[in-house]
Ligand binder design. Structure first.
Ligand SMILES: Cc1cc2nc3c(=O)[nH]c(=O)nc-3n(C[C@H](O)[C@H](O)[C@H](O)COP(=O)(O)OP(=O)(O)OC[C@H]3O[C@@H](n4cnc5c(N)ncnc54)[C@H](O)[C@@H]3O)c2cc1C
Length: 414
């Protein structure tokens, strides 16, 4: 609850960006998250365009006894809830990106999406530690850890933060790194967005000369054979290969391109840093299964954003994820019993990502999350346009979690 009203006239006068209040024109657009299943009702929204806007917003909210929630895209809006007593600070207007190819670093504003950063750094033969989706915000993704396509070779995105510009709750802009503010710098590398508003991150980039990526598609009915082969395959592939096994049930929506529209598949998605011949050799056991479609090919960094077929724009979705200590034959059986071809489920996607390699925890890297003490991570999601489908999705997600957790040591949710 606020102790005194937000001084909207003063804040408006201080902003380069825009303050939007309930009932004002643009209110619904300003409060709308990417995640359409979430209905946000903050006390006010600031559409920030500069660092000074962030400072002014934090000071105004603190004076009024309100919280500040930083949000770029709103991909992860669900955990924030309805936002009563909160000023929602949208950073989507702070999209500055600068690249230094000599030091292989980039400075990325709080509103930059991965797609824009990948395009900017790819011009120099470099890549950032992006995940599967181009329109996820770099800052929100990275402060939460950031599980990237190149993760088994290069670790989490949070391990690649060199410094950050942040505004702390006292309204002070600080440039922090491991030497100047070790504790706050530790916290923002995997600890989430509650410690300060990040206005920009400085990130280290990686060279990607021999990148290959793509997907092997199989009919869903072959899921047991495909995922068993993939499971055995993950036991020996080197860290230059990151992959996931996945069950997909595409709805017959016009937004979904042919030839996958309305189809159901078991797929293996692969990214390799090994070059053509080594990648082809390693893929043999999977290709021997006879995929109906094989898109693995020489790739640039921008191609990686297409592999996972994430939605290109806002959707209503409900998902959940958790770590798996191991993927035994019994665990895979349990996975298939809940989501396999014989299960009648409305889940759009259920995937198992391979961890290990540079994704193993390493405290010497110095962030709140340096890796995962687990060999796999499961993530599943359904499209949920209304309350009924949200409830049904939660039932299925709980069933999946219960089936898999009973079989092994429990791990914290991702
Ligand atoms: C389609 C899709 C694909 C995904 N793929 C991957 C993947 O491959 N790997 C992976 O690790 N994750 C993935 N994610 C999860 C994604 O990384 C998280 O949802 C992430 O939090 C999104 O960041 P955002 O800024 O886009 O979202 P937002 O909802 O805008 O932000 C999420 C949170 O980040 C924090 N935050 C955002 N901006 C700031 C800021 N300026 N200062 C301080 N804190 C801030 C806040 O706590 C905020 O609530 C995916 C999500 C989706 C929807």
């Amino acid at each position: 609850m606020s102790t005194k009203p937000l001084d909207t006239a003063k804040l408006r006068a201080e902003l380069d960006g825009t303050l939007v209040l309930p009932e004002e024109p643009g209110w619904d657009e300003a409060r709308q998250a990417w995640q359409l299943a979430v209905d946000q009702h903050p006390d006010a929204v600031v559409l920030a365009t500069t660092t000074a806007d962030v400072v002014a917003t934090v000071n105004a909210a603190r004076t009024a006894g309100l919280r500040v929630a930083a949000q770029s895209t709103g991909h992860n809006a669900a955990p924030l809830g309805p936002l009563a007593g909160t000023v929602l600070l949208r950073t989507s207007g702070m999209t500055d990106i600068s690249v230094d190819p000599v030091t292989a670093t980039a400075r990325v504003g709080a509103g930059a999406h991965w797609g824009a950063v990948t395009a900017a750094v790819a011009l120099h033969g470099l890549a950032g530690l992006a995940g599967t989706s181009d329109d996820v915000g770099v800052v929100g993704y990275t402060v939460g850890g950031g599980l990237p396509w190149l993760g088994r070779a290069h670790g989490l995105a949070a391990n690649h933060v060199l410094s950050a510009d942040v505004v702390t709750a006292d309204g002070v802009l600080r440039h922090i790194d491991a030497a100047s503010d070790p504790e706050l710098f530790w916290a923002i590398r995997g600890g989430g967005g509650s410690f300060a508003v990040v206005t920009a991150l400085e990130l280290s980039l990686v060279p990607v000369p021999d990148l290959h990526g793509g997907t092997l598609f199989f009919p869903l009915e072959r899921a047991a054979k495909v995922l068993t082969t993939w499971r055995e395959w993950t036991a020996f592939v080197p860290p230059e290969i990151t992959s996931l096994g996945r069950l997909l049930r595409f709805p017959p929506m016009p937004e979904i391109p042919e030839p996958v529209r309305g189809g159901s598949f078991a797929v293996v998605e692969v990214v390799s840093l090994l070059g053509q011949s080594a990648t082809d050799r390693l893929l043999e056991p999977l290709r021997e299964l006879g995929p109906v479609m094989d898109t693995v090919r020489p790739s640039g960094p921008a191609d990686l954003g297409l592999i996972h077929m994430d939605p290109p724009g806002p959707v209503p979705a409900t998902g959940d994820g958790f770590l798996l200590a191991d993927l035994t034959p019994e665990t895979l059986d349990a996975f298939l019993s809940v989501t396999g071809p014989d299960a009648d489920v409305s889940l759009l996607t259920t995937e198992i990502r391979h961890l290990g390699g540079a994704l193993a925890p390493d405290p010497s890297r110095g962030g709140a999350v340096t890796g995962f003490d687990a060999r796999y991570v499961v993530f599943s999601a359904a499209l949920t346009p209304d309350e009924e489908t949200v409830k049904a999705a939660h039932v299925l997600l709980d069933r999946l979690r219960d089936a898999l957790w009973l079989l092994g040591p429990r791990r914290s949710p991702t």
